[in-house]
Design a protein around this ligand. Structure first.
Ligand SMILES: Nc1ncnc2c1ncn2[C@@H]1O[C@H](COP(=O)(O)OP(=O)(O)OP(=O)(O)O)[C@@H](O)[C@H]1O
Ligand SMILES: [Mg+2]
Length: 261
């Protein structure tokens, strides 16, 4: 049994769309038929549960990492997508996990049966992080200059740490005052695996607590995030894993939503 593919969603600058990408990428991978877990490691500002319309949790990431709860006790299921969620809990103080607890937690995650584990994070890069457990960092930036330059610094850090990384450019409007995709890819010295447009479906979906992909699977953002998710899997694999997703009824609908019809 292969170990889970662990994706650390990363940005140096806050508010660029990490949680939006984490929730929607996780939802699409789950709808593709992959066992997917999203972990809200943003202890200062946990918002994954909010994006998914889940009640405020009493136990979550903090309690599991400190050994007060097990992963199974703290796990929630997002009914519409099947996505498994380890939510964050809001406490009276900010929380930074001890290095030893973090290592133990990541080690535990590698023994689970998930195909994908997506770690939503707070902005920035911590040198004591258990990088060797990550399969890759997925860097999120907007095309705005300050987000891009800090993102490229973060990419350099990951390269130095020998961690594989990929890039998603979010909130693209193609206006004159933002960097073009070509300029960003030149800076990154690689192609982006996702170019996600500025799209009203996103704030609407957050207000409705439903992943944007389910609010409108045909919106520009939804199509683009589906293409990004496809970069992690192949179409034949999707059909192998979810072969029943073509027999009409609700599964036919799922097939349509994830675009494998
Ligand atoms: N493609 C998009 N189109 C329109 N609005 C977007 C898009 N992506 C994100 N947003 C908006 O940007 C805001 C910030 O998004 P999000 O919370 O995902 O960022 P974040 O990087 O997780 O922030 P933080 O660093 O605080 O955790 C949200 O309110 C959302 O509505
Ligand atoms: Mg966030």
């Amino acid at each position: 049994m292969a170990e889970p593919y662990i994706i650390r969603i990363s940005s140096q600058k806050g508010g660029v769309g990490k949680t939006t990408v984490a929730v929607n990428l996780g939802s699409v991978l789950s709808l593709f038929g992959y066992k997917t877990l999203i972990v809200d490691t943003d202890a200062a500002n946990p918002t994954v549960g909010f994006h998914l319309g889940m009640n405020q949790a009493n136990v979550g990431y903090k309690e599991v990492i400190t050994g007060k709860s097990t992963l199974n006790e703290a796990l929630a299921i997002h009914g519409a997508t099947g996505l498994r969620v380890l939510p964050g809990t809001i406490g009276p103080y900010s929380f930074i996990p001890a290095e030893r607890d973090n290592l133990k937690f990541m080690e535990m995650l590698t023994t689970t049966k998930y195909d994908f584990i997506i770690l939503d994070t707070s902005p920035g890069f911590v040198f004591s992080e258990p990088i060797r457990f990550y399969s890759e960092a997925l860097l999120i930036t907007t095309p705005e200059a300050s987000a891009c330059t800090s993102c490229m610094r973060l990419a350099r850090n990951y390269t130095e740490e020998k961690l594989k990384h990929n890039l998603v450019v979010n909130r693209v409007t193609n206006r004159k005052y933002e960097f073009s995709i070509e300029e960003i890819e030149d800076m990154y010295e690689n192609k982006a695996i996702g170019i996600l447009p500025e799209d009203n479906t996103v704030p609407t979906s957050i207000a409705e607590h439903i992943p944007a992909f389910l609010v409108n699977p045909k919106s520009g953002f939804s199509r683009a995030i589906r293409e990004t998710a496809r970069r992690y899997v192949s179409k034949s694999e999707i059909l192998r894993i979810a072969p029943e997703a073509g027999k009409g009824g609700i599964l036919g609908l799922v097939r349509k939503v994830i675009g494998i019809s």
